[in-house]
Design a protein around this ligand. Structure first.
Ligand SMILES: [Zn+2]
Ligand SMILES: [Zn+2]
Length: 642
């Protein structure tokens, strides 16, 4: 056997003349770390701790739960333990896929009936037994032929389908005790490494997310190295469930998705529509202030347009089928860009006219598989807060900078303060435009981030073929990350659709186009806002801002007077005068998350005051009505941010 030369993270070098695993090296180097180290990295590649090192020069690193690949391996092993437990309890179950996900893992099974809560308890119990037995994991490599034979014997038809799609000649399996699974890995060394585990839920999921395929049963679970981490996660999960926009959407009459309309198609209910109007008014006002021009465009266009724009060639899998109208074929728009380009091209543009910024709250339709639709976050019809900036190459930097500042201003106005910025650069292979154009743009995007004092992450090669982009992610009050704003350069469409301006040299030049959305879409942003505020929207957005509650019927005239005074200030006010006792009506207003409740009785009517309660059971005592009006007024407008 040839030599293995291992370089450790501290620069020390060890030599081996026979088979050695990362775990054995770790035990010699730093045995005290064995409990927390889950995975190795060998020459930059993730590697099981129990997999023999390759011959030759090896750069070896060790990863713990804080390293995303190790966390994934940890959770993936838990997914195998889940499948192992299910196979023991339900031997007829067939395995589909079981990946780690953001906060845990899942596994899909083909079983005759859905799992019940009692099943989940039994499965979880069985998983604990498998963990307690501390079975070592083993990795084996088979040829595709051997693998096919094995999976056929096991009757794992879904795995056979996956196998057929693998390009490799040799494939890996992982085994623990009697359980074996076709799997790329990597994994942690033994089942006993999984400390705190929990199954979370079970639900139906179509094979490959397509409703034409068989319905499988998916079990979600999570696991952590310590019980404290698990409990902290469960607490956050409970908080997130309380804030789930689908639940609050129904409870607060914000929106619904009704199967009679169709999957992924949103009905905005009056309360949600009012919030949306507030957001849109603010959005339009701010755009007009910043030199954008508002346009409206139709929802369908002729197939010729989509052919020229390249959408039919590159994007057709997301487009709804063609409709024939008289002599022409039409398609629903998946994007607004070709419309805005057509508007731009209605005139000859001079360099003196640029930049031209066209904006629209444009509703687009994209086909998404039914399995991936999710509340307002993944839908089939949505309204982008879209804009296209047409400019010269020299104007790109300034325009992008202004767009990033604009995005941050807007997001801050809605109460967000933590952002992450990602810049995606030129992908491998084919790209539009010139290499110099890309290099300049990539440099300028980074300068923009630096000049604005933003920490940014570079996503090397992560850009689309048509141009680099800046994405802005926000963190909500639970620390969850959401993508909202995108500022995307485009060297392709101006070329393809011949979008030009006349330069100072009197010649035609191609414009640079910037696609840009700040919220992403109204639907998505509404979901993020609803969860961020847990439905308790700030006063300027709240559908009902003030509820007036007369203590008894004889206080109704004064309550009406109070309401009229507030309406005169543009306040959205409602009188809650049902015969129900006052405590029930307060409860009702709290449940609807109305920001202010004014309680009026004899004392208030006589002295021209109101008793002010703020949402969340905050009592401000009684004050003159005019004082309340003065207090409320500034809250009716969006908050001022720099
Ligand atoms: Zn696996
Ligand atoms: Zn666009």
């Amino acid at each position: 056997m040839a030599k293995i030369t291992v370089t450790l993270p501290d620069g020390s070098v060890r030599e081996y003349n026979s088979t050695v695993t990362p775990l054995q090296v770790l035990r010699e180097w730093k045995p005290e770390l064995e409990d927390e180290i889950l995975l190795a990295e060998v020459n930059g590649q993730v590697w099981d701790l129990f997999r023999p090192l390759p011959e030759g020069e090896v750069q070896l690193r060790f990863l713990d739960f804080n390293d995303p690949p190790a966390r994934d391996a940890y959770r993936h092993t838990a997914a195998h333990i889940l499948a192992h437990a299910v196979k023991e309890l339900f031997p007829e179950a067939k395995l589909a896929i079981g990946p780690p996900i953001e906060e845990g893992y899942y596994y899909d099974f083909d079983v005759p009936r859905p799992f019940t809560p009692e099943d989940l308890e039994r499965i979880e119990q069985k998983m604990r037994e498998i963990v307690a037995a501390d079975y070592p994991l083993e990795r084996l490599e088979l040829t595709k032929e051997e693998a096919r034979k094995l999976l056929e014997e096991m009757g794992e038809t879904y795995k056979l389908e996956i196998l057929d799609e693998l390009p490799d000649e040799r494939v890996s399996f992982y085994r623990q005790d009697g359980f074996i699974d076709l799997c790329r890995g990597p994994h942690v060394p033994s089942t006993g490494r999984i400390k705190a585990l929990k199954l979370l839920s079970a639900s139906g999921a179509y094979w490959r997310g397509d409703e034409r395929n068989p319905m499988l049963q998916r079990i979600y679970g999570t696991c952590f190295p310590t019980e404290e981490q698990l409990q902290e996660f469960l607490r956050r999960l409970e908080e997130a469930q309380k804030r789930d926009h689908r639940k609050l959407g129904r409870e607060l009459n914000l929106f619904i998705i009704d199967e009679t309309i169709g999957s992924g198609l949103v009905l905005w209910l009056p309360n949600g529509a009012l919030i949306r109007k507030q957001i849109e008014d603010f959005w339009r006002e701010q755009h007009l202030k910043r030199g954008y021009q508002l346009v409206y465009t139709p929802h369908i266009a002729r197939d010729e347009l989509w052919r020229k724009s390249g959408h039919l060639e590159l994007y057709s899998e997301f487009m709804f089928p063609t409709m024939q109208i008289e002599a022409h074929k039409y398609l629903l728009k998946p994007m607004n860009c070709p419309f805005h380009i057509t508007i731009y091209k209605t005139q000859t543009r001079s360099y003196r006219d640029l930049p031209i910024r066209l904006c629209e709250l444009g509703t687009v339709y994209r086909y998404e598989r039914s399995g991936v639709l999710h509340g307002l976050l993944r839908v089939r019809g949505f309204t982008q807060d879209d804009a296209h900036i047409f400019c010269t190459p020299d104007q790109v930097k300034e325009e992008v900078k202004a767009a990033v500042q604009f995005a941050l201003f807007i997001l801050r106005t809605f109460g967000f303060s933590e952002f992450e910025v990602k810049i995606a650069t030129r992908p491998e292979g084919k790209f539009a435009g010139t290499l110099e154009g890309w290099e300049r743009a990539e440099r300028e995007l980074q300068e923009v981030a630096q000049e604005l004092g933003l920490d940014y992450e570079l996503d090397i090669g992560g850009g689309a073929f048509y141009g680099p982009k800046i994405d802005i992610f926000l963190r909500d009050c639970l620390g969850r990350r959401w993508q909202c704003s995108t500022i995307q350069l485009d060297f392709n469409l101006p070329e393809r659709l011949d979008v030009t301006y006349i330069g100072p040299d009197n010649k035609e030049h191609k414009v640079v186009m910037v696609h840009r959305a700040l919220f992403g879409s109204m639907e998505r942003f509404m979901a993020v806002l609803t969860e961020h505020y847990a439905g308790a929207f700030p006063v300027w957005l709240a559908p009902v801002q003030v509820a007036v509650l007369p203590i008894s019927e004889r206080h109704l005239p004064y309550a009406t007077q109070v309401a009229e005074r507030l309406q005169a200030e543009g306040v959205r006010v409602e009188i809650l005068a049902k015969s129900e006792p006052i405590s029930g009506r307060i409860f009702d207003a709290e449940a609807r998350k109305v920001p202010y409740m004014l309680i009026v009785g004899d004392r208030e009517a006589q002295s021209g005051t109101v008793s002010v309660r703020e949402r969340g059971r905050k009592d401000h005592g009684s004050m003159p009505l005019e004082q309340f009006v003065d207090w409320l007024k500034p809250q009716l407008k969006p908050p001022k941010v720099e």
